[in-house]
Every structure is written in structure tokens, then in C-alpha cells.
Design a protein around this ligand. Structure first.
Ligand SMILES: [Zn+2]
Length: 117
């Protein structure tokens, strides 16, 4: 199995829908570090699992410098965004979504809990 990961930064605004009092329900911004993990049994005809540039483009083209509530139709928590990114990137099995220093959410596709990277 081949593994690659791509780390990138996105700037975005969002507000969360919560059933308790929180400052996070007000519009605010983050500079998030997103790490996307992909794997493949065989390489493509270019010798890659997936092109790092395509991974970055898939994430930044939709989320960077946006109000994420205008982009997605779900509550844009770090957990939900990690899942959404994983579903968009070909061969992706894991996403780490570091919303701020010390706050990281992870989504790992079923069956990939013990993946090498
Ligand atoms: Zn936030």
C-alpha cells in the first residue's frame, strides 16, 4: 500500500449552530491546518497515489477565504468539515482538521483505523 499526506492552511469564517450558550454561535474566523491522508494499492499512470496539488485545490477552492456557512449545508464543526473533506478527495482515508492551536478533529474512514500514516 502507498500512502501520502498533504498539509495545508485555510482561512475561513463560520458560526456554529449549538444547543447551548457559546461564543462559537457568533461569526468568527480561523486559520486552520488541514492534513489530508490518501492511500492506494497501486499507483496511477503518473506514479502517484494522488497529485498533492489536486488535494490542495480540492480543499482550498471550496473553503479558503470563505464564510463556510455559505458553502456547506451542515453545521460546520471541525468534525463535520474533516468528514466532508475526506469525502471530496480521491483515495482519502483520513483528515485532521486543526481549527486552532490545541484543537484538532479527526475523521478516519471505517477500516482504516490502523493505516500506516
Ligand atoms: Zn470556530
Amino acid at each position: 500500500m502507498y500512502y501520502v499526506s498533504k498539509r495545508l492552511e485555510i482561512s475561513f469564517a463560520h458560526r456554529l449552530s449549538l444547543d447551548y450558550e457559546s461564543k462559537c454561535t457568533r461569526l468568527h474566523g480561523h486559520n486552520a491546518i488541514v492534513t489530508v491522508f490518501c492511500c492506494a494499492e497501486t499507483l496511477d499512470r503518473n506514479g502517484m497515489v494522488t497529485d498533492f496539488t489536486h488535494v490542495k485545490e480540492a480543499v482550498t477552492s471550496m473553503l479558503d477565504h470563505t464564510d463556510i456557512n455559505d458553502v456547506v449545508d451542515f453545521n460546520p464543526t471541525a468534525e463535520n468539515l474533516a468528514r466532508w473533506i475526506c469525502d471530496r478527495v480521491p483515495n482519502c482515508y483520513k483528515v485532521l482538521f486543526q481549527e486552532s492551536e490545541g484543537n484538532v478533529a479527526a475523521y478516519v474512514r471505517d477500516g482504516f483505523e490502523d493505516a500506516a500514516l
